[in-house]
Design a binder for this molecule. Structure first.
Ligand SMILES: *Cc1c(COP(=O)(O)O)cnc(C)c1O
Length: 597
């Protein structure tokens, strides 16, 4: 079990067992985080006791406020501290005196001596976290979601804490991709018990009362308002994808291109810049170098296999992110993720990896230092060529307060009564911002039906990828030895310049999308496509079906012959995406078509 999952289980146990929580530093001001947290915990069935010497004797949220912990007459299970780190030791001493079971300090509140003291007295301690966020992350799978808890369950989850009986959510913890692919994010429906996760086909969600509506709009309480911002089916998918990457949260959007836009929006602004690999998927190059200019965002394309070139480019103070594909579409270039992440972090910016072609089944970029991972879920994740979608995953490794300025996340947001996302949500600031601001304002929302199809598709991710990779290796070897073929770009050949990097970063396989060139040039390549009967002639990849396209006469036909050559899609080049049919049939189709060219 990794530490993140162990922590989740510890927190789930704490929040399931405590009943009375004293909030030290409780504020009567509804705009302060302590007030948000009290209100949320009350609503979820906890008894709250506010502690604040300035308000002693007054009522906050219907509860009488005390001067300090010692003056409270009833027993207290948990102490939650909203004070400066240097005030914690004194509070810890009081917590020991009143025999609290849990000593919890909020985001940014860390005091090692206080932790040592309480733990010496067998008090469980949690620091630098918020119980509201943790509760909604672990128990709130119908909330606005998107936050991964490491816990899965086949039991119906209780939505709110019942006063009479102890919660048993029957949590199970797994580190295995196959198990998480089937379970993460989709416990049985808490109301109906439906085992398969429902499609919440709705545009809006009713409020309990005016106060509840206000809390949602104030971001005081997680929950659904309007489906442009969040939807429970999409939230389930977000949890699943985050789980597969071992990330802290995710935001699903309408397409892979939307994922790139949404991922960069919190980081960039006019006169800011990204440095990206020059070998990106063609559509990404156009998006970065043409459409993004309209936002005042610049993009500098570099050869990411030349680390000196990357280092030089990152020196420009406008740069806010480094962007590359783990396995590039379509030529199979493999990025040296570890070294790219070192350069990015040295420059004070995050590394974003497009992991569409590899997927988590063969590569987890977060393990090698990537901070944000993006996907076109249209491809292998949904996997059946039936749903457009994209996703941004936050690994939680990048601290937005350090490095270059990331103002959107760290300064007061005027559209939410001047809260700072970083102060309020800690390391969940980025993903919260993606939902609360980026989806709200850009509207690139995933449809719940597509989320449902993608959830189902992901269940078979590992076995599909194994079959894709097996077939790709067979087909690549067949093509390489064929007399009418010039070259094959598959990275799995020992002589490929990407073979060693692939072995380092990929668990198995080298992708099932690659290019090859025929000796008979433009006309021969075109004829080959037309004579395939099993391969579909279309502009997609990552389907269960085998796919083929001739870029020179389709996607890249606007370019001149020389331009196409430079883009790596010369006139004789074909791109294929190997499906999961029987490999003999795939090879037969290609060999018959090759006979006529
Ligand atoms: C397809 C693709 C995209 C764009 O995704 P859409 O879902 O088509 O918008 C981005 N990156 C890579 C590597 C892709 O293959």
């Amino acid at each position: 079990m990794n530490n993140k999952k162990k922590d989740d289980l510890k927190i789930a146990n704490i929040l399931s067992s405590v009943q009375t929580i004293a909030i030290v530093g409780a504020s009567k001001d509804w705009k302060r985080p302590s007030n948000f947290v009290m209100k949320y915990l009350q609503k979820n069935g906890y008894k709250i006791i506010p502690i604040n010497p300035k308000e002693a004797g007054n009522y906050i949220l219907g509860e009488i406020c005390y001067e300090n912990l010692s003056s409270v007459k009833t027993s207290i299970d948990m102490v939650d501290v909203f004070r400066k780190s240097n005030e914690c030791l004194q509070i810890a001493k009081e917590a020991v005196k009143i025999k609290a079971k849990v000593f919890w300090t909020q985001i940014g509140v860390i005091n090692k001596e206080a932790i040592k003291l309480v733990e010496k007295h067998n008090i469980i301690s949690i620091s630098n976290k918020c119980p509201k966020i943790e509760h909604s992350r672990i128990f709130g799978n119908l909330g606005s979601g998107g936050f991964y808890s490491g816990l899965i369950s086949s039991k119906k989850q209780e939505v709110t804490k019942s006063k009479s009986k102890k919660r048993d959510n029957g949590f199970f913890v797994s580190k295995n991709l196959e198990t998480l692919s089937v379970h993460a994010g989709t416990s049985p429906d808490p109301i109906t018990g439906s085992r398969n996760f429902p499609i919440y086909q709705t545009t809006a969600f009713t409020f309990d009362d005016a106060d509840h509506a206000a809390s949602l709009y104030n971001l005081q309480e997680p929950g659904n308002i309007y489906a442009r911002l969040s939807n429970p089916t999409t939230a389930a998918l977000e949890q699943r994808i985050a789980a597969l990457d071992d990330g802290i949260g995710a935001c699903c959007v309408s397409s892979g291109h939307a994922a790139q836009l949404v991922a960069l929006y919190p980081l960039l602004g006019p006169n800011k810049k990204i440095v990206a690999s020059s070998k990106l998927y063609g559509g990404s190059i156009t998006q970065f170098t043409k459409s993004f200019l309209n936002f005042g965002w610049e993009a500098e394309l570099v050869d990411v296999s030349d680390l000196n070139q990357v280092e030089q480019a990152l020196k420009c103070k406008k740069v806010r992110a480094l962007f590359a594909e783990s396995l590039a579409n379509p030529e199979g270039n493999v990025s040296d993720i570890t070294n790219l992440s070192k350069l990015a972090h040295h420059a004070g910016i995050p590394l974003i990896i497009d992991n569409t072609m590899a997927t988590q089944a063969i590569c987890k970029p977060g393990k090698y230092g990537a901070d944000l991972i993006i996907y076109s879920t249209t491809k292998f994740l949904s996997g059946h060529g039936n749903a457009m979608g994209g996703c941004v995953v936050d690994i939680g490794s990048f601290d937005w307060m350090t490095g270059r300025d990331f103002n959107s996340l760290t300064t007061p947001d005027t559209s939410y009564h001047n809260i700072s996302f970083y102060e309020t949500f800690g390391n969940l600031a980025y993903i919260n911002y993606c939902h609360a601001c980026v989806l709200r304002d850009l509207g690139t929302t995933m449809s719940p039906f597509n989320a449902y199809l993608t959830l189902t598709g992901i269940e078979t991710l590992k076995i599909r990828m194994q079959k894709h990779m097996f077939n790709a290796s067979k087909v690549a070897n067949f093509l390489k030895n064929h007399k009418k073929i010039n070259s094959v770009s598959w990275a799995g050949f020992k002589e490929s310049s990407f073979y060693e990097l692939g072995k380092k970063y990929f668990d198995f396989g080298f992708g099932s999308v690659f290019t090859f060139s025929v000796k008979s040039g433009y006309e021969g390549a075109k004829k080959l496509v037309e004579n395939c009967n099993l391969f579909s002639h279309l502009a997609n990849v990552g389907d269960t079906k085998s796919l083929i396209i001739h870029p020179a006469s389709t996607t890249h036909r606007q370019l001149s012959s020389e331009q196409r050559e430079r883009a790596g899609v010369g006139d004789s080049i074909l791109r294929i995406s190997i499906g999961i049919e029987h490999h003999d049939d795939i090879i037969l189709d290609l060999s018959e078509a090759l006979k006529v060219i």
